[in-house]
Each structure stands twice: as C-alpha cells, then as structure tokens.
Write a protein that binds this ligand. Structure first.
Ligand code: SF4
Ligand code: SF4
Length: 104
C-alpha cells in the first residue's frame, strides 16, 4: 500500500497505540461532571456516557453514578450528546490544558 508523503500510516496500530500518541496537560480539575447524580443512580438504565466514550473516561459504579477519569478525555464531545437525560456537564479544559494530538 502506498502512503502519501506527510500522512502517517495507521496500519496495524491498535486503539491503545493511537491513544498513546495523545498528550494531555492536566488542568488540575475536571472539565466533566454529571449535573444531578441522582438521575444517574435512579433513572438511567443505559449508561450511554460510558458506552460511547472511546477513551474509557466514564466508569459507572455499583451505585449507578459514574466516576470520571477526565485526564484521559479526548474532547470529542460524544458523552455530552449521548446522555439521554442531558445530565453531562461538559466544558473545554482551561486554555493551555487538555488534549494535544500528535498529528493535528
Ligand atoms: S448516560 Fe447520563 S444519566 Fe446515564 S449514567 Fe451517564 S451521565 Fe448519568
Ligand atoms: S468528550 Fe469524548 S473522550 Fe471525553 S469523556 Fe466525553 S466521550 Fe469520552
């Protein structure tokens, strides 16, 4: 397979390999949250935030409320739109913090 100059090949790279190329500057505080934890615990049956996140940021515990590993966030915004209850608080990290992609 030919590869165009300047365009990196991603052949044979796993998702983990690609995530390893992402750099993250920790803002020191989460830019993600749930608005009302009780909605997660008592109303949500689908945990879509966890299902759609490509980086495994959302882990729903036994109490039904997600723990949020914001340090791994790719800032794709999927969780914000996936939550059927509009219960995701989502902002970009402070300027200068957050994710940096190696290839743009
Ligand atoms: S999808 Fe929304 S309501 Fe359900 S656990 Fe995630 S944040 Fe909570
Ligand atoms: S913005 Fe994307 S990567 Fe970040 S927590 Fe939401 S779904 Fe995961």
């Amino acid at each position: 397979m030919s590869v165009e100059p300047g365009i990196p090949s991603v052949d044979n790279e796993s998702l983990e390999d690609r995530l390893y190329t992402v750099k993250y500057e920790d803002p020191g505080d989460s830019h993600l949250d749930v608005t009302i934890p009780g909605i997660c615990a008592e109303k949500c049956r689908t945990d879509d935030c966890a299902a759609v996140c490509p980086a495994g940021v959302w882990r729903v515990g036994e109490d039904g409320v997600p723990e949020i590993a914001y340090e791994n966030c790719l800032e794709c915004g999927s969780c914000r739109w996936a939550c059927p209850h509009g219960n995701v608080e989502w902002t970009y990290p402070d300027t200068g913090a957050g994710v940096t992609y190696k290839h743009g």
